[in-house]
Design a protein around this ligand. Structure first.
Ligand SMILES: [Zn+2]
Ligand SMILES: [Zn+2]
Ligand SMILES: [Zn+2]
Ligand SMILES: [Zn+2]
Ligand SMILES: [Zn+2]
Ligand SMILES: [Zn+2]
Length: 243
């Protein structure tokens, strides 16, 4: 340890001894390369005596982040030597839900997700679509619907025109609609009235009612539901021309 090493010299004439502490240069302790266990040493500038001691390490644990690996850094404060061990992989991002990327459309649509830790992590991929072919009915056109299950974005193409009814003896052979049927006249009394709306409401409420569902898609959206009742009421109130 510093200060305890000594050197001496002997007078050539009187053989008197002089003892002094070793003196070390400005460099101080230097790490001993390839030492195991790790050590550092210093050399007396006067006598060449080498003082050595084991390195004494302090630990600094660096935790891994989403993008950077973690490790433990051991540093000898005396000689400055340091090494790392206990290395851990980066944690990776914790992704949120996929969302559609605005401005990307149809087959070129993309979705992205961002890291829930709000650390700038972001990943953008092409949507992956599954196809559903919806056939046309007599009065509503068909199409192919492409839906991305990840982000919910969908688009439609390959539209097929509605062929119209094919009446034989006053009845459509494809859907059973009557040629003289009036759209919305579900009780088949020859006119569209509040009575049709009541019948339709009772039908959707689950009651057994004898109605002609072939004329129930009043708003022509391809499905028969409460939207048709609403449309019928608005039609009766004069919002739209009766067809
Ligand atoms: Zn002497
Ligand atoms: Zn010395
Ligand atoms: Zn050291
Ligand atoms: Zn992240
Ligand atoms: Zn998508
Ligand atoms: Zn038809």
């Amino acid at each position: 340890v510093e200060g305890t090493e000594t050197h001496k010299r002997v007078c050539a004439l009187c053989t008197k001894e002089e003892v002094a502490n070793c003196t070390y240069g400005e460099e101080g302790w230097a790490h001993d390369d390839a030492s195991d266990p790790s050590s550092h040493s210093k050399t007396c500038t006067a006598c060449g005596n080498v003082a050595a001691e084991a390195c004494s390490f302090t630990e600094n644990v660096v935790a891994p982040t989403h993008t950077e690996g973690g490790y433990t850094e051991h540093t000898c404060e005396t000689c400055g030597y340091s090494y790392q061990d206990n290395e851990q992989d980066a944690l990776g991002h914790t992704w949120g839900e996929w969302t559609h990327v605005e401005g990307t459309e149809n087959a070129d649509a993309q979705h992205k997700h961002v890291c829930t830790a709000d650390d700038g992590g972001e990943e953008t991929l092409n949507c992956s679509f599954s196809e559903r072919v919806v056939a046309p009915t007599c009065t509503v056109r068909g199409y192919t619907e492409h839906t991305c299950a990840d982000c919910g974005y969908f688009y439609r193409d390959q539209y097929q025109e509605a062929p119209g009814h094919h009446y034989e003896d006053g009845v459509c052979v494809d859907c059973g609609a009557r040629e003289d049927a009036v759209l919305g006249d579900v009780n088949s009394d020859g006119r569209v009235s509040i009575a049709d709306a009541v019948m339709l409401l009772r039908h959707f409420a689950g009651y057994e009612v004898n109605i002609d569902l072939a004329v129930a898609d009043i708003n022509c959206d391809g499905s028969k539901d409460l939207g048709d009742v609403t449309y019928l009421m608005q039609m009766l109130n004069g919002w739209y021309p009766a067809s």
